[in-house]
Design a protein around this ligand. Sequence first.
Ligand code: GLY
Length: 306
Amino acid sequence: MAEEVVTASWAYGPSTWSILVHGGAGDVAAERLPLHVAGCERAVAAGAAVLAAGGSALDAVQRAVEVLEDDPCFNAGTGACLNADGAIELDASLMDGTTLRAGGVCALEPFKNPIAIARRVMDESPHVLLAAEGAARFAIERGFQRAAPESMITELARAKLEAARAKHTTEGWAGGTVGAVARDANGRVAAATSTGGVVNKLAGRVGDSPIVGAGTYADDTAAACSTTGHGEAMIRVCLAKTAIDAVRATSAESAARGSLAMMHARTGGTGGAILAARDGSLGLARTTRTMSWAAAANDGTRASGA
Ligand code: GLY
């Protein structure tokens, strides 16, 4: 756990759109952190463009996460970490706070944008979560193309796998899960999260990111939340839903801080959480050394890796 819990928040009026993205809680090397922050800035700009044009929070978070998935810096989409077999298996989900509809994919073979497939699961199936070969078949039937693994595997991902194998650990995590939360000018909130999971994970391992209530949650009556960090801990405490329930009685920043503190106390897990609350405010917290993020509203953009 970091020496201190680091938090930040911004208050906006209820008629203002706002969006916050993260590039993962973890321990990114100082020389690489500016790349992560710049990637978050590009993603938040893409999401903000959707909102500024009158688009929905749901479309904005999907667009922001697609940009993060395409950025090889992050542990999602291109650049995702490798499992114990040396393969990419992807998890992603999104949720609409107005309808409580959600969609996700997990243990998915390489596809460029798993969050776009998750959206189709939400929009075009009676289900919330599709796994592995079934998720791939669903995607191909809807026109998505399998990606050549070598087009999505980076040298950094290979190096991280070799390091984890040398230490005989399946616990190592890349700290680059990505996510976005937004509130549009009509008061609708949404959240999206995408990841490659943890380095050297067992084939078939599924983390928190595609699990509604753990990695992603959205409810217009409270807030939207995307989480990042130790997936097993986050599943066990239903972190995103815990933070959403807390925001009914406190600020987004305090809800993020409190839910992470509870998770650490009960499981030892660390990570980060970002929230967009129904009142228009944004808040975040992390209990790791780094978490890149960027926030935008109609008064401009802020970003940091700290
Ligand atoms: N939080 C990402 C994972 O554990 O899969």
